[in-house]
Ligand binder design. Structure first.
Ligand code: AMP
Length: 516
């Protein structure tokens, strides 16, 4: 999962500050690396590096990021390594100077990398599927460019060519992808995979100088920058915005479907975002309500004194659960906001340790009480195990645990970094066994139908979601067991600690000068 943003300002403006502010709003989508590339007339200015937005950009970088059009990226790696060469935006000089920022994961990146090398004579220098995507787009655009050179009257490209290239991209690559990019000096484009798995929304705002446009992974990034939301980019659709603010849109896939990733609503997106017409906050309230009703059905004589959340991801569902159950909601843990998300650290030992550093219980809230703890999901079970233990140490009599999402048992292949199957606590275990693993007196999981209904209730037009990590049904239809096994080897903790967070050695990659 990553966060992307792109802005076309009015002709004499500089968009870098807005891009920076937008990336800060999207920081929850990736803390591993950040980057911005701006376009000043025919020139690109790039700054990217490992770390949080605030650590990558200093004043001197911002001063140099001039231009009225630009794109930005925050990265949380799902494929490849943590090297700076794979930080985005990515650039390729031919044709026309293309830059992209990509959120998602391609399931046929390896096959496409081979085709790029053997048939298209393009070298991909990193393990990043985004570099593959960029080169496929570049190749398809280059093919069209040649054909149209003469009829374009000095202009080497028309917008239709970009739409046609994206059409070809849809047929070559498979997976989840939301992309924003620029053709140097020519305009900004954005497109979404034909299933709309990864989110992408755009908006505009009027200034005295004219109309400005922005596109981002989540609506909250646009709203906080003062843009009015136009709509989501449709699955398969490409939009193009010229430097003077004209918008062009085109459906680049003959049979798009709307199958957004349900995990955006469960966990990833900020609650103040609206994704594909679904308010993330409302969906999470509905999840809490459904969980409460399931609890009432399963344990009509429940003896819960207090409902608590695992901060912050379980809060909304927990508050709604408490309301539906008519039981007080209390904050039992104080979270240290300055410790990174526990999931992000490679290796089990580091992760377990950091839960304790992150959350500290308030004993008064626990002493002598039966406590229901609510989180959005249970992945490896580290957070839940630790938090159940903390609740007991703080004096809880009984500790019950509820998860807004059903058991996670299948890898996510469309852009969310979910672990190898063997690392899921729910893998090969019954609910009772999972409960035992995390040390709870009772464990309640959301039913998948209730989870889907919680989201659909916010937008009745969307009835299907990518629920592959719960069901193992992959909508692109080409995810083989072989691919999953290969993925597991790349993603398990041992592999991650080998990849580490080390600096990359760049060998001859086509890389724009990265501002020092
Ligand atoms: P775990 O300790 O492995 O069971 O992780 C559970 C916690 O991780 C929950 O509090 C979730 O909010 C959070 N979480 C779930 N999925 C992810 C993910 N893909 N990346 C980061 N955090 C996650």
């Amino acid at each position: 999962m990553c966060g992307i943003i792109g802005i076309v300002g009015t002709t004499d403006s500089h968009v870098s500050q807005m891009l920076y502010d937008g990336l800060l709003v999207l920081q929850h989508r990736g803390q591993d690396a950040a980057g911005i590339v701006t376009c000043e007339d025919e020139h690109l200015h790039l700054r990217k590096g490992n770390g949080l937005v605030r650590d990558v950009f200093y004043e001197r970088h911002m001063d140099r990021l001039k231009g009225s059009m630009g794109i930005g990226h925050v990265r949380y790696p799902t494929a490849g390594t943590c090297s700076t060469a794979e930080a985005q935006p990515l650039y390729v000089n031919s044709p026309y100077g293309l830059t992209i920022a990509h959120n998602g994961n391609l399931v046929n990146a390896e096959e496409q990398a081979t085709q790029l090398y053997l048939d298209d004579l393009r070298h991909v220098n990193t393990a990043s599927d985004s570099e593959v995507l960029l080169n496929v787009l570049a190749h398809e655009l280059q093919k069209l460019g040649k054909k149209q050179l003469r009829i374009q009257n000095g202009l080497y490209l028309n917008i239709e060519q970009i739409f046609r290239a994206v059409h070809e991209v849809h047929f070559r690559v498979s997976g989840g992808y939301a992309v924003v990019g620029m053709v140097t000096g020519y305009g900004m484009f954005a497109f979404r995979d034909p299933y709309g798995i990864r989110p992408l929304v755009f908006g505009s705002r009027e200034t005295e100088e004219g109309t400005e446009w922005a596109v981002a992974s989540e609506s909250v990034a646009l709203v906080t920058l003062g843009f009015e939301i136009e709509r989501d980019v449709e699955p398969g659709e490409c939009i193009f915005i010229s430097p003077t603010g004209e918008l062009y849109t085109y459906q680049c896939h003959p049979s798009p479907q709307n199958i957004p990733c349900i995990f955006e609503y469960v966990y990833f997106s900020r609650p103040d975002s609206i994704i594909d017409g679904i308010s993330v906050h409302q969906a999470r309230c509905n999840m809490g309500d459904a969980l409460a009703k399931k609890l009432q059905r399963m344990r009509p004589d429940e003896d819960i004194d207090v409902v608590m959340c695992v901060p912050d991801s379980g809060r909304i569902a927990a508050m709604q659960m408490a309301e539906t159950l008519g039981i007080p909601f209390r904050e039992g843990f104080v979270k240290n906001r300055y410790v990174g998300r526990t999931f992000i650290m490679p290796g089990q030992a580091q992760r377990q340790d950091s839960v304790r550093k992150k959350l500290n219980p308030l004993p008064k809230e626990f002493e002598g009480k039966n406590v229901l703890l609510v989180d959005d999901s249970i992945v490896r079970g580290n957070t839940s195990r630790k938090i159940v233990e903390l609740a007991r140490e703080a004096g809880a009599k009984k500790v019950y645990f509820a998860s807004s999402a059903p058991p996670l048992i299948h890898p996510n292949v469309y852009g969310i970094d979910m672990p190898a199957r063997s690392e899921y606590v729910a893998h090969g275990r019954s609910i009772e066994e999972i409960s035992e693993q995390i040390g709870a007196d009772f464990l309640l999981y959301q039913d998948l139908e209730d989870l889907i209904a919680s989201c659909t209730a916010c937008n009745e037009e969307i009835t299907t979601f990518d629920c592959s990590c719960f069901t193992g049904d992959y909508c692109t239809g080409d995810v083989t067991e072989e691919y999953l096994l290969e993925l597991e080897q790349r993603r398990n903790d041992a592999a991650k600690s080998q990849n580490g967070n080390g600096e990359s050695v760049e060998v001859g990659s086509i890389e724009l000068h990265n501002e020092e």
